[in-house]
Ligand binder design. Structure first.
Ligand code: DP6
Length: 362
């Protein structure tokens, strides 16, 4: 029996997961329940100091039901995605014992014990900054540690994927590939690390928070509508992405910034083109986002070789990847000159490294 006769204990684990930004995008599912994608994708995981989720999970014989708080507000755990992650982790829990505290948990007890989950995002939730990626990666990782799960990151990534597709890529740092897989049960639809963060550490990522408002069309709904109505999406997943994945892997392996930047920008633009090709069309980028693309394209052209890559997820916020620190400084100067954070530009803030340059910072 869990904890023997002692019912006065609580076990707790805290973990932190960074968000990730796709440079070859995932858009479209072939199985909505298992979250199996229609193409492979590649991402860069951000530094854990910055855009990240911190989650504390606790278990105690005193808890009467599973409960969760996100950013201090209680949220429902009844959704299928939370339930899938909880079920999968519970079924893999192993025996745990802490003799000193008199805690003995048998692996079958994990299914009976209730958990409390407290999660906090240090960035806007559901504003197209991949909050669900960091959130579900952190949830799965912390629950796995709590329940003494012995599975490796690859297997945990297949569980995080069932919370939110992009979450499977946040189990690793550096450059990560999510293979779409072939199995109907999704066992081979997992993430693998292509290279550690140290492999290409000159890159600097700046995020222009054009709007921290919650997006109108969620990724889940948007990609469902694209799968149902966009011929371009099906062409993209079959004809374009497989080649781009190989080219991107090579660009990362050889730290070839011009190829990396061209592929990243082209893939972001094609993803947003599939959104426009969806019926009714989905607009994630806004006028400020479009002007930023124009500005970066112009700069890259004037230099003769790309200095900066841009990419936009399901929202108007620009993720800008500078070739090195020197370029990042120039980029920030340009951004502050052409897009000063103010009500007119509709720009909220810039996130770079551990600093947020906010409106009132000038
Ligand atoms: C545009 O992973 O949020 O950011 O699997 O339905 O939860 P669900 O979608 P989600 O979609 C992310 C879409 C994207 C591209 C990407 O991250 O690859």
């Amino acid at each position: 029996m869990a904890g023997g006769s002692n019912k006065n204990w609580i076990l707790m684990v805290t973990a932190r997961s960074p968000t990730n930004i796709a440079v070859i995008k995932y858009w479209g599912k072939r199985d909505e329940t298992l979250i199996l994608p229609i193409n492979d994708s590649i991402s860069v995981t951000l530094d854990p100091e910055h855009l990240c989720t911190t989650t504390t999970v606790a278990v105690s014989p005193k808890f009467e039901e599973d409960r969760m708080w996100l950013n201090k507000k209680e949220i429902s755990l009844s959704g299928g995605r939370f339930q899938s992650c909880l079920r999968e982790i519970r079924s893999r829990g192993t025996d745990f014992e802490d003799e000193e505290k008199g805690i003995f948990i048998k692996k079958e007890d994990w299914k009976k014990l209730h958990v409390h989950i407290d999660s906090f995002n240090n960035f806007p939730t559901a504003a197209g900054l991949a909050s669900s990626a960091a959130g579900f990666a952190c949830l799965v990782y912390s629950l796995a540690k709590l329940m003494n799960v012995k599975e490796d990151e690859g297997q945990l990534s297949a569980i995080a994927r069932q919370g939110s597709g992009s979450a499977c890529r946040s189990l690793y740092g550096g450059f990560v590939k999510w293979s779409m897989g072939n199995d109907a049960n999704g066992s081979d639809s997992i993430a693998v690390q292509l290279a550690t963060e140290a492999h290409w550490d000159e890159l600097v990522i700046i995020i222009a928070v054009v709007s921290s408002r919650q997006k109108e069309t969620s990724s889940t709904t948007g990609m469902r509508e694209s799968v149902e109505t966009s011929p371009l999406l099906h062409y993209r997943s079959k004809e374009v992405v497989p080649k781009r994945i190989l080219q991107m892997e090579e660009a990362i392996r050889t730290r070839d910034f011009p190829s990396f930047a061209k592929l990243t920008c082209a893939d972001s633009n094609q993803f947003h083109a599939t959104c426009l090709d969806t019926s009714p069309p989905i607009f994630y980028m806004n006028d400020t986002s479009h002007r930023q693309v124009f500005c970066m394209e112009k700069w890259n052209r004037s230099e003769g070789t790309p200095q900066v890559a841009y990419t936009f997820d399901a929202g108007p916020n620009a993720v800008l990847i500078a070739k090195n620190r020197k370029v990042a400084t120039q980029l920030l100067q340009r951004l502050l000159f052409y897009f000063p954070p103010s009500a007119d530009t509709e720009l909220d803030s810039y996130l770079i490294g551990d600093k947020s340059i906010l409106k009132d910072a000038g």
